[in-house]
Ligand binder design. Structure first.
Ligand code: CA
Length: 229
């Protein structure tokens, strides 16, 4: 995976959607697209994209209501991209937790600048470009692919390390079982998480002081795992 960030474009008009998509063609973004609110919610829950561009005029749900729904389970950065120029809509969006608000037509350079700004202000996204991840006594050195706790090397297998790195680079977000399995083993699971659970058990034995009360990696039952930020 050479994509540094992932971005969900929520926009029902195909032309606008393609236009927004093309803006990011030369940047290392993995792009997801949703043409309605239902799809957007599914993609956010399944893939935890790093951030979203949200059009307010959607066919199945008003963008502001969708924003409220999204905010009940994630604080992912969201930039509203709307044709609505009414100050009230802008204030409402920001009140509901939008990180920024842009009015159509969108200038390419401005959009990129705003996205970069959102990344700079997000602690979890900023940590992505760091060389290491530190939480409590644990340090993950991405360059050397080494994990230490209180300065002592933790001996992880290659797959165990890859899982820990994936979670650390997405710290604070729930990463689904499916997403982890696809990223590490490259296969689909058909709902079988056994191989991941076995790896996670081993990881916890190696990094957690008390595996029943983990201080680094939390299980979000039925969904996936989350590295505490
Ligand atoms: Ca629209």
């Amino acid at each position: 995976m050479s994509f540094k960030y992932s971005l969900l474009i929520i926009e029902d008009e195909p032309v606008s959607r393609e236009l927004l998509k093309s803006v990011f063609a030369n940047y290392s973004f993995r792009i997801y697209t949703a043409s309605n609110g239902m799809n957007a919610l599914r993609i956010i829950k399944d893939y935890s994209p790093d951030m979203a561009l949200l059009d307010l005029g959607l066919p199945d749900i008003d963008g502001l209501r969708l924003l409220r729904k999204i905010r009940t389970f994630t604080d992912m950065p969201i930039i509203v991209v709307s044709a609505r120029t009414d100050e009230k809509d802008k204030v409402a969006a920001l009140d509901l937790g939008a990180d920024d608000y842009m009015t159509k037509p969108i200038g390419t350079a401005e959009l990129i600048a705003r996205v970069k700004n959102v990344i700079r202000h997000s602690a979890s996204l900023r940590s992505r470009s760091a060389d290491y991840f530190r939480k409590g006594d644990m340090i993950i050195d991405y360059k050397r692919q080494r994990v230490t706790i209180e300065g002592n090397d933790v001996r992880l297998t290659r797959n165990e390390y890859s899982i820990v790195e994936l979670l650390a680079k997405n710290a604070g977000k729930v990463i689904t079982y499916d997403y982890i399995i696809k990223s590490i083993w490259g296969t689909s699971t058909d709902g079988d998480n056994r191989i991941l659970r076995v790896n996670m058990t081993n990881i916890r034995k190696k990094i957690e002081k008390d595996t029943a009360n983990p201080e680094y990696i939390i299980t979000e039952t039925g969904r996936g795992y989350r590295m505490i930020l």
